[in-house]
Design a protein around this ligand. Structure first.
Ligand SMILES: Cc1ncc(COP(=O)(O)O)c(C=O)c1O
Length: 367
């Protein structure tokens, strides 16, 4: 199993390196004051620092279940398992289903691919088109796999967002199969124009829907969850217990206290969406100016711009770029093509984005 390129590369960069590599949120958008107030409230009770129940803090599970209901996806607190980030959610599901076959998108999220390898899951990649995974190839593949792993909202790494009709078509196909869907949705709230209904909503008894507060509040909280029918969720609890007994009591309560101010949370989400859309457009405008041969589509949400520098070996390019103080992730790291690149546009400042892209243009001009 290979290590994460992003984590490895970060060890070879210094404070002056401009990184378009990791999927990091903008630090300026962490709602620090509101979280400070929430933390103070959470700490008023000693239970916040005590061991707690394996499936999660009941009031937080109830709030998350309510968020699903508000979107028309009927959910009870019993159908929520709080996890230490959605990364752990993936790990729990993969351990439970170890050794099976899985259909997934190409390219796909590296952190998930590593989990699947560790759990002897045989993966079958199906190409992603503009509207989502290729439907005909998908139909053939799921005949051989017990699981399907999809990231339909502003996918990592490609930025692709499945259209509403493609979601419906996939749900119909899945309904007629014995395949369970794992829908990984950490970016679902990071939309620019409109939210999209989950596929799981159409398959409530045949899906695991994974959520996270990492991209909208702060990744350091490590609060994610799995939403699934009780019959699917129950067998996972023993795995969760074996891994860490339960997710941090204190951070669960901080998130709960924070979410009680519904209006404050909605205002925060609106600010985040506007700010990220501005950054994405800034990044895209400068890509057009400095890297005119980079072909891509502007994403409708999420954190990444993915595209092609026709004919350029981007692994070689990134090694040269490191010397000039700028990094990105070559597409081959996600099983993408040798000439593809994933850029993260949320982490760097507006000014760093300009400097970073100019540096890449300079490296290309020196070749
Ligand atoms: C598609 C996807 N799934 C899961 C994760 C893990 O997120 P977390 O564990 O912080 O919730 C990430 C993080 O980048 C991701 O991009």
């Amino acid at each position: 199993m290979k290590r994460s390129f992003i984590r490895e590369i970060l060890e070879h960069t210094d404070a002056h390196t401009i990184s378009f590599a990791g999927g990091l949120p903008d630090v300026g958008l962490f709602p620090r004051q509101a979280l400070q107030v929430a933390a103070q409230k959470a700490l008023c009770t000693p239970e916040a620092l005590q061991y707690s129940t394996s499936t999660g803090y009941a009031p937080l599970k109830a709030l998350i279940a309510q968020q699903y209901c508000d979107k028309g996806f009927a959910t009870t607190a019993d159908e929520i398992l709080i996890t230490s980030g959605s990364q752990q959610g993936l790990d729990i599901i993969a351990r439970y289903h170890r050794g099976t076959g899985m259909t997934l998108e190409s390219p796909s999220y590296l952190g998930a691919l590593n989990i699947f390898t560790l759990n002897n899951i045989s993966t079958y990649s199906v190409a992603l088109g503009e509207d989502g995974i290729d439907l005909e190839a998908f139909k053939k593949s799921i005949n051989h796999t017990a699981l399907t792993y999809l990231i339909p909202d502003f996918q990592n790494p490609s930025g692709t967002c499945y259209t509403a009709s493609h979601r419906r078509d996939l749900a119909t196909v899945l309904q007629d199969s014995d395949t369970l869907l794992i829908e990984d949705a950490p970016y679902s709230e990071v939309y620019f124009d409109q939210p999209y209904p989950s596929i799981s909503q159409l398959l409530p008894r045949q899906s695991y829907h994974l959520g996270s507060f990492s991209k909208v509040l702060a990744p350091a909280l490590r609060i994610g969850w799995i939403r699934a029918d009780s019959s699917l969720l129950q067998p996972l609890i023993a795995y969760k217990e074996a891994m860490d007994l339960h997710t941090s009591s204190i951070t669960q309560r901080i998130v709960y206290e924070y979410l009680l101010d519904t209006e404050g949370y909605q205002t925060h989400l609106a600010t985040l969406r506007t700010h990220y859309q501005e950054k994405m457009n800034h990044f895209a405008d400068l890509l057009n100016k400095y890297l005119p041969n980079f072909h891509y589509a502007r994403p409708k949400g999420g954190m990444f711009i993915y595209g092609k520098l026709e004919g350029i070996d981007t692994m070689k390019l990134v090694r040269e770029c490191i010397e000039h103080g700028v990094v990105f992730v070559p597409g081959c790291e996600f099983d993408g093509a040798f000439d593809e690149i994933r850029f993260n546009y949320t982490h760097s400042t507006f000014e760093e984005i300009k400097r970073g892209l100019k540096r890449i243009a300079l490296v290309l001009s020196l070749r």
